[in-house]
Design a binder for this molecule. Structure first.
Ligand code: NAP
Ligand code: G4F
Length: 318
């Protein structure tokens, strides 16, 4: 089996590559040109991967990448994935995160319509939530340009499945984290900040709202669900979540407690990190995934927080 992963240099791409290699796949990663390599997360498997250069903005490059690789499975993980940047760069976010999906689907239709296609959709699409918890039938109310772009990506995937009979599925994944998470996301910002404070490398941690609640799981578990979705007899969309929600404040408490410090002594609330429109609370209902994919998360919230803090302490030499 041969798989193509777009976004292989990102958090999820690297865990998915680990998983597919362990399953005996030939794994190919799509990477974009950069003046300095961004292969930090795939350094440990670099020699086992085939890499092709292409960009979601350039349809010809996508067609060429598919012609070169001829994958049986395509995991479309590439995106501008940071919500705040979507307000400062809304057009670029729409291009990458929204239109990038239809560019990929058009390339699939042209080159390998028999391939199975996974689209990385997001719980951010639920935004100002219509019901609690959110499942596959919950209406969307996106609250950022990122979420609007993801909603387009979701529906265009459904549409290409219905219009052209592609095996195209959308995974609606709730937040998932790990030691490989980008440092700008709140969980990694906290684990990195706690480690720096503990080691005397920083004195404070500046954050936005502490009240927002997210359904946080472990990225290693979530890539298993992506793979399972492409092994089904029929293409269907799935919500992937733990079913539990916690606030940023709770994440802080556990992270600081783990190194015997009080978060109140170090955290400064900074209006620069507040968003024009916030998603207050997300919590997913992954019953369908449990029943049809046999999927369930394995890493509880407290363990995830401690895993991230420990990894950052180690990384910083603590
Ligand atoms: P990430 O760490 O930010 O990785 C994003 C990846 O996309 C990187 O490999 C990046 O490459 C690549 N990329 C960005 N723009 C590109 C372009 N124009 N052409 C080609 N590649 C491009 O994101 P992640 O956390 O792994 O998430 C993976 C996907 O799942 C994203 O689509 C995200 O929106 C979605 N998602 C994530 C979560 C979550 O909680 N993590 C939840 C729901 C959905 P560079 O290394 O070159 O920048
Ligand atoms: O970690 P975050 O930036 O993640 P967010 O916005 O929930 O988006 C992530 O999960 C989505 C799935 O639901 C993905 F689709 C998306 O690509 C991304 O991976 O923020 C989480 C919460 C927000 O409510 C934010 O306002 O934390 C709050 N927060 C408080 N202070 C902060 C900060 N977020 C960041 N990034 N930085 C802060 O200083």
């Amino acid at each position: 089996m041969k798989a193509l992963i777009t976004g292989i240099t990102g958090q999820d791409g690297s865990y998915l590559a680990d998983l597919l290699l362990a399953k005996g796949y030939q794994v190919c990663g799509m990477v974009r040109r950069s003046s300095t390599e961004t292969f930090e997360r795939i350094g440990h498997i670099r020699d086992r991967l085939q890499l092709v250069q292409a960009d979601l903005l350039d349809p010809t490059s996508l067609v060429q990448a598919l012609r070169e690789v001829r994958p049986a499975e395509i995991y479309n993980l590439a995106a501008q994935s940071f919500v705040p940047t979507s307000w400062s760069q809304p057009v670029l976010t729409g291009e990458f995160t929204g239109l990038g999906v239809v560019r990929m689907l058009e390339a699939v239709r042209e080159v390998c319509p028999e391939a199975r296609f996974y689209q990385a959709s997001s719980s951010e699409m639920f935004g100002k939530v219509r019901e609690v918890p959110q499942n596959e039938l919950t209406a969307f109310h996106p609250r950022s340009p990122y979420a609007v772009a993801k909603t387009f990506g979701h529906y265009i995937t459904v549409n290409y499945r219905e219009s052209y009979g592609l095996f195209a599925v959308s995974g609606i994944l709730f937040n998932h984290e790990s030691p490989r998470r980008g440092r700008e996301f709140v969980t990694r910002k906290i684990s990195d900040g706690v480690a720096r404070i503990k080691l005397g490398l920083a004195r404070e941690l500046r954050l936005g709202t502490l009240d927002a609640q997210r359904d946080w799981g472990y990225a290693g578990d979530y890539v298993r669900a992506m793979w399972s979705m492409l092994q089904q007899a029929t293409p269907e969309d799935f919500v992937i979540a733990t079913g539990q929600t916690h606030s940023v404040r709770q994440f802080l408490e556990i992270a600081f407690d783990h190194v015997q410090l009080h978060w109140q002594d170090y955290v400064v609330q900074d209006p620069r990190f507040l968003r024009p429109a916030e998603v207050d609370q997300l919590v997913g209902d992954a019953t369908k995934a449990r029943e049809k994919l046999g999927w369930k998360p394995t890493v509880p919230f407290e363990e995830l927080v401690r895993m991230m803090v420990d990894a950052d302490l180690e990384l910083l030499g603590g």
